[in-house]
Ligand binder design. Structure first.
Ligand SMILES: [Zn+2]
Length: 222
């Protein structure tokens, strides 16, 4: 369990707007509190995330939600990147991607957060393939959990920023309307901290290692 996440330059990869907040919103807030620079890269606009709404309108709405949500985590709008990959089909766009590489170069991260390769959601898994195919320089990887719990080797105490995380999640109103995951997400954070008697009350869980170790692990369990 750590109180202060390490890394001065942070890149968070989110297949859809809201994955970042569910998986590591509290940790993002802690990075900002420590004065670290945080960039968030949305791989898709999540344009298929609202039933019966046209994809262009959905994408617009979700971009607005992402900006508001990131505000609660103290990440400014200019630090949000959008790659505009097709929602639901990231696996077929996970080869060499020069836009992705140039964002990596610009963010120049010493730590990269992304959904873990354990995720059963295909876009979340695909984010791992995309990074593997385009990561030129080594970095520390912190893989987070969204829909599939992982086996963590690092927990971050987010008790002090849980209200910011809750408020950030609430901004994704269009998604909460589709599936009310607010309690589930925060309950998983509660569960991660449950074995500690006093503080912390909430924790986020990660697979935390070098990029070389991470992708070796990923290939070894396939
Ligand atoms: Zn997602």
């Amino acid at each position: 369990m750590v109180e202060k996440p390490e890394g001065q330059r942070v890149l968070v990869i989110a297949p859809h707007p809201d994955d970042d907040v569910i998986g590591c919103g509290g940790t993002i807030r802690l990075h900002r509190r420590l004065g670290h620079s945080v960039f968030i890269l949305y791989l898709s606009d999540g344009e298929r995330g609202i039933k019966n709404m046209n994809p262009i309108k959905t994408a617009e709405l979700r971009r607005v939600e992402a900006v508001r949500s990131s505000g609660h985590l103290d990440v400014p709008e200019e630090n949000l990147f959008h790659l505009h990959l097709r929602d639901g089909d990231i696996i077929n766009q996970s080869g060499t991607n020069y836009d992705f590489r140039s964002i990596l170069e610009k963010a120049n991260p010493d730590i990269i957060y992304l959904p873990s390769f354990c995720e059963t959601h295909r876009d979340h898994y695909a984010a791992n393939i995309l990074l593997k195919n385009n990561l030129v320089r080594g970095a520390t990887i912190a893989a987070y959990e969204v829909w599939t719990p992982l086996i963590p080797n690092r927990l971050v105490n987010i008790s002090s920023v849980i209200d910011d995380k809750r408020n950030a999640l609430l901004e994704h109103a269009s998604q909460l309307k589709e599936l009310d995951y607010l309690d589930a997400a925060l309950s998983l954070n509660r569960y991660r901290a449950a074995m500690f008697r006093k503080e912390p009350r909430y924790a986020e869980a990660f697979i935390y290692c070098t990029s070389v170790q991470y992708f070796e692990l990923m290939m070894s369990v396939e």
